[in-house]
Design a protein around this ligand. Sequence first.
Ligand SMILES: NC(=O)c1ccc[n+]([C@@H]2O[C@H](COP(=O)([O-])OP(=O)(O)OC[C@H]3O[C@@H](n4cnc5c(N)ncnc54)[C@H](O)[C@@H]3O)[C@@H](O)[C@H]2O)c1
Length: 408
Amino acid sequence: MKRYVIVGAGMRGYYMFGKRIATDAYKNHASIEGIYDVNSIRAREFAKDCGGFPVYDDFDKMLEEVKPDYVIVTTVDCYHHEYIIKALEAGCDVISEKPMTIDAEKCNAILEAEKKSGKQVQVTFNMRFMPYMQRVKQLIQEGLVGETLSIDLEWHLDTRHGADYFRRWHRYMEKSGGLLLHKSTHHFDIVNWWLDSYPEEVSAFGTRRFYGPTRDERGERCLTCDYKDSCEYYWDIEDGDDPFYKRFYFEAEKEDGYIRDSCVFDEKINIYDSMAVQVKYKNDALLTYSLIAHSPYEGWRATINGTQGRLEIGEVYSGHGSESKNNTIRYYNRKGELIHYTIPKASGSHGGGDDKLIRMLVKNDLADDMGCQASSMDGAMSLLIGAAANISIRDKKVVSIESLLKRP
Ligand SMILES: NC(=O)c1ccc[n+]([C@@H]2O[C@H](COP(=O)([O-])OP(=O)(O)OC[C@H]3O[C@@H](n4cnc5c(N)ncnc54)[C@H](O)[C@@H]3O)[C@@H](O)[C@H]2O)c1
């Protein structure tokens, strides 16, 4: 039986770890022995629903008293490194939500602490566990496209999901590293994993022209806004569809001032909403990547181009096309043929990835033939693409990954 503590009592910690580990499926494998969050109201609500474990008002005290095997880190991104390093120094293994951290300095500090401690950091890249992503990896591994020469990946967040990043802490570079860290870390990791290579050089552009102070009709937050009846981005935190938001955020905001429904047109927003990135890999493959946070529908599209042909893949998550029960892979070979592969869509959160991921992390009873468990170096290599892209946008230059990584 492994003993866990959690730091970060928000939505991800609750649904991905707290609620799942509390079910019968895990009762003989894991127990959560404590939780810490800067917001004690949220931490208490979390503990109440997930097994009634103790709520701590001090992270160090929790480690000292519980002496857990694992620390699960599900806080705001910019604080991950603080808890990861403390946990390693206390002799614990760490499960960190993505991104492992938000810049090169914090990343190097984590890698150094991990090396010194002899303990391990795992990063939860649930996309690696999605059957569709796995089938693509398998076809590449089998040599279907020959040597992979380039990948084009376009990711589009819609104005429901995408807009939500502009309502809360993700809207500040200093908290999330921007969407090239917070969101794209998933996408960069999947490309690193498909290519079985690490990035070498990065260049990027980023703009913010959709959210931020792009209209005069704006307020501080939806709850008190004068334009509630006319704004298409109005979101009801108090009486909306999901009572979780009222209970965990609105009713807890008096303690830490975390406002969950801030205006997406706020002038304080400082992250980009349209981003374009180029990456050259160590194996000479090239990636052309774009992310937008204001699409009319949500999804992604990619092509994988190799010496033996080309794969065309993608998925629509919201809007026209999202109702399809299958995903497809279109393979164009060098003989002029088009071959279709069909992969049934998996049920469950994040394309079925979350259930498989937690099973592998906690029960460890599934073979990891495809290398889905991500190490700290995998975490570093995806976040450093985002960190390099942020530097490239700021300084208008190509950034080498090696220059960011402090090798021990
Ligand atoms: N893998 C995925 O698909 C996925 C999905 C969503 C979120 N996440 C990740 O999970 C993490 C949490 O995201 P979320 O959506 O639950 O956010 P959230 O805002 O709901 O929760 C974050 C929690 O961290 C707490 N916190 C803030 N500052 C802290 C500090 N200094 N020390 C301790 N706790 C602090 C907040 O009070 C809050 O309870 C993030 O790192 C995010 O990137 C991953």
